[in-house]
Design a protein around this ligand. Sequence first.
Ligand code: ARG
Length: 458
Amino acid sequence: MALWGGRFSQAADNRFKHFNDSLCVDYRLAKHDIIGSIAWSKALLTVNVLTVVEQQKIENGLQELLSTVEADPEQILNSDAEDIHSWVEQHLIEKVGDLGKKLHTGRSRNDQVATDLKLWCVDEVHLLIHNINQLRQQLIITAEKYQTAVMPGYTHLQRAQPITFAHWCMAYFEMLTRDISRLNDTLKRMDSSPLGSGALAGTAYPIDRDMLANNLGFAIATNNSLDSVSDRDHVMELLTNATIGMNHLSRFAEDLIIFNSGEANFVELSDRVTSGSSLMPQKKNPDALELIRGKSGRVFGALTGVMMTFKGLPLAYNKDMQEDKAQLFDALDTWQECLSMAKLVLEDIKINEKTCLAAAKQGYANATELADYLVAKGVPFREAHHIVGEAVVGAIAKQKALEELTLTELQQYSSVIAEDVYQILSIESCLEKRCAKGGVSPAQVALAIKRAKNSFMD
Ligand code: ARG
């Protein structure tokens, strides 16, 4: 039976009921709806709507319900209740009888759903932070293992300057650190409780809403009832965080897909995260990574979808708002899943160090070093850049690397070049020179790894 039957003489059309019901999505809020209801029953006690005995009975009934749904959340789906709020109320009434009908005094599903969803979001953010940290830890492990694995670094997908695989790992570590910091910011702004805002104008019972908020773990009650039931900023913020986070994971996936290509052959992915082709027996496809990249699309879509749903809504609650949850749940589930897949991929990735090193040596990745060398010998940088450009053209014509040119050959481009140039052109020197904070020198990368490890000690 619906919660609002009194005014209606006709039953809802089944097709409308199916269209309108949200239980199949919002059943995931069961725990939070029950916790919110227990706190509400305590608030009703303070304004004498419930006696001590009545409140205790209601609380016990709700606690029992909580254990049942925690043991098997899917059971909720075998019901024709309109939404999770109706479901909890119906089941409470089944347990404690007519007394259960008192629980909704002074409350509306509008402040209820706003509260439930905020509570859910807080829990979810903690889980997300945990999963991001798992991946950050894996990145440290992989970085430590491959501190000496030299590979080409790219700009415009052109080999640019040599880096190490460790430095690449630590770049993603930084992005994930920012993802966590964004989630923590969102948590701060989410720390207020809408409960007691009623349908839109506030509850008619003199409830201490700040105390109620504290009981639910929020710092404070929200300031304006109209805003409280309409506000889904936290949903939008979390979707924005998810969009940025998935952007990072998608680039991570794309980098590794390129490194794994037949052409690059820099990495080998484990059988655990790849699949074969039904036709071509030789194939081993990077499906886990492609799906991370692909699934980022639905997360970006959810952000746009929710923004579009809300942009024209008048205050306060409108049923359009029910559309927030399916998109939020799907986007955050996707983010969580992709985080653990990214970790799984890294767990037993193998770097083909010889191939990586050979590629780093090809492609004139040390051309900048030669320019810097000329600068150190007094040639202005613009001129040095030009000279090296010519030397590269000459080397390409001879199919040689810069360091393979003889001294006489090199001196054709500039007379200041001497024997000490070969030391400068070596990969080791390319790396070691970049020793300012954040650079690729082995010492800086070791420091970055140490800093990263320390961040887990705080
Ligand atoms: N299922 C609804 C939602 O998710 C709950 C709020 C319903 N409120 C109402 N007045 N119909 O938004």
